[in-house]
Design a binder for this molecule. Structure first.
Ligand code: MG
Length: 381
């Protein structure tokens, strides 16, 4: 029997790579649902090729337009409520959660409540609501398989291992486009420069997060929840080549790593087919051609976001949720050229200081803190 897949965010970078994997694996999978914010031309093409039962378009005008074009053949839903209806009622075995930002949280939770496999690419879900998401996954027997390359690497290194034998996780970071720039030079970097990632081709939100290293901060919090480990067991090391995707050091001094040329199709395929490994021709990692792999300590003075994330994780409660929402606003304002690059961490820090933390963690509090943080951050600009 074919496995059925619903992709939240099928026109984004992870969504397109997922469809590429499915094309290559042919008759093993079928697509039952696809979604996008506004890209209806691409959705229409995807619908022709993959014949899903459901399509959701977040923008209601665009949804109407798509319904006019292909309505009748397929159910076209709209808005946030459409995403929730899809995750509640579409027929799928695996939910690929690849929306950008906090918007992915509620639909992902619906997939978890149905006990489905979640191929999780939306790290903000675990950052903002890690405690709730991991608790529900356990309660409903949903498997969360990470798609983020670092977490997929760690997940793969841990297969067959006892979690009690972990000494620490070593999460690698490319350092982004500004790794070699001085603090002084960072004052004047532009949006265009920040959008040029040296190794990965990704959406704009995550590319800016990589340039500030907030991406790594969010990934540390993601790892904290996925693998149940605290600050003293989570290390970050800068590795500019992005070949070692992350490592696990064990108590006997052994270190396991997962390596390959950077290509998101590898962790995506693994999340879809785990525990099986299937043959593909995505990359050919040729060691003599790589010459060298290098590693550096991250500079917390230069990349303040990384430290802010570690601190928010240690504080717990709503701090990571505030960190995430403030970051989403800061990145949006930087992309609109309303903030400079170094004002991104400043805004996040000011917002964290302005909103009193609470340790009463439930979905309502998360929703409330998320919107309150967005308001506060906007007012602080
Ligand atoms: Mg990553």
């Amino acid at each position: 029997m074919k496995q059925r897949i619903a992709i939240l965010g099928s026109t984004g970078s992870i969504g397109l790579n997922t469809l590429e994997v499915i094309r290559k694996l042919g008759n093993r999978f079928e697509i039952t649902a696809i979604t996008a914010d506004t890209s209806i031309d691409l959705l229409e093409k995807q619908a022709e090729e993959f014949a899903p039962e459901f399509i959701v378009v977040r923008n209601k005008e665009n949804a109407k337009e798509l319904r006019n074009r292909i309505g009748g053949k397929v159910k076209v839903l709209e808005g946030e409520e459409g995403l929730v209806e899809l995750t509640k009622s579409a027929d799928y075995d695996i939910l690929v959660s690849s929306l950008v930002g906090f918007a992915g949280l509620v639909p992902t939770i619906e997939g978890i409540k149905r006990g489905k496999r979640i191929a999780l690419a939306n790290k903000e879900t675990l950052v903002a609501a890690g405690e709730i998401v991991t608790r529900l996954a356990e309660e409903y027997g949903a498997e969360i398989i990470p798609v983020d390359s670092e977490h997929s690497a760690i997940f793969q290194c841990l297969v067959g291992e006892d979690k009690n034998t972990i000494e620490k996780l070593i999460i690698t970071a490319s350092g982004g486009p500004f790794f070699r720039k001085s603090h002084e030079e960072l004052k004047s970097v532009t949006v265009e420069q920040a959008l040029k990632h040296p190794n990965w081709n990704m959406g704009s939100k995550i590319t800016i997060d990589s340039a500030t290293m907030m991406n790594k901060g969010l990934e540390v919090i993601e790892a904290h929840w996925l693998f149940g480990l605290n600050k003293d067991k989570l290390d970050v090391v800068v590795h500019p080549q992005s070949i070692v995707h992350s490592m696990v050091e064990f108590i006997d001094g052994s270190i396991k790593a997962q390596l390959s040329l950077p290509d998101m199709k590898i962790p995506i395929q693994y999340a879809l087919t785990f525990p099986e490994r299937l043959s593909n021709d995505f990359v050919n990692t040729n060691f003599p051609k790589l010459h060298k792999l290098s590693f550096y300590e991250p500079d917390p003075g230069k990349f303040k976001c990384l430290q802010l994330a570690f601190d928010a994780m240690e504080q717990g409660g709503m701090a990571p949720c505030i960190l995430n929402a403030a970051n989403e606003i800061a990145v949006e304002k930087f992309l609109n050229k309303e903030l400079t690059f170094l004002q991104i961490p400043d805004l996040i820090e000011k917002t964290l200081n302005k909103i009193p933390n609470t340790f009463e963690v439930n979905l309502e509090t998360v929703m409330e803190y998320d919107s309150r943080t967005r308001e506060t951050a906007k007012n602080l600009i």
